[in-house]
Design a protein around this ligand. Structure first.
Ligand SMILES: [Zn+2]
Length: 56
């Protein structure tokens, strides 16, 4: 993946993270989502993907 694609992907993920979960506005993906709520899991996975992008 080239650098621009990586940046685009990261921006999208950061957007997901900043919007957070609509049902649980207090959830900022600091700890793992329980898996019961799809939106929380999406936010959590965005957090993990950002971490992966920063490592590579
Ligand atoms: Zn939620």
């Amino acid at each position: 993946m080239n650098k621009i694609n990586t940046l685009n992907k990261k921006n999208k993920l950061l957007n997901i993270l900043s919007e957070g979960c609509r049902i649980h506005p207090a959830y900022r993906a600091r700890r793992k989502a329980t898996g019961l709520y799809k939106e929380c899991v999406i936010v959590w996975q965005a957090r993990l993907n950002i971490n992966d992008l920063e490592k590579s």
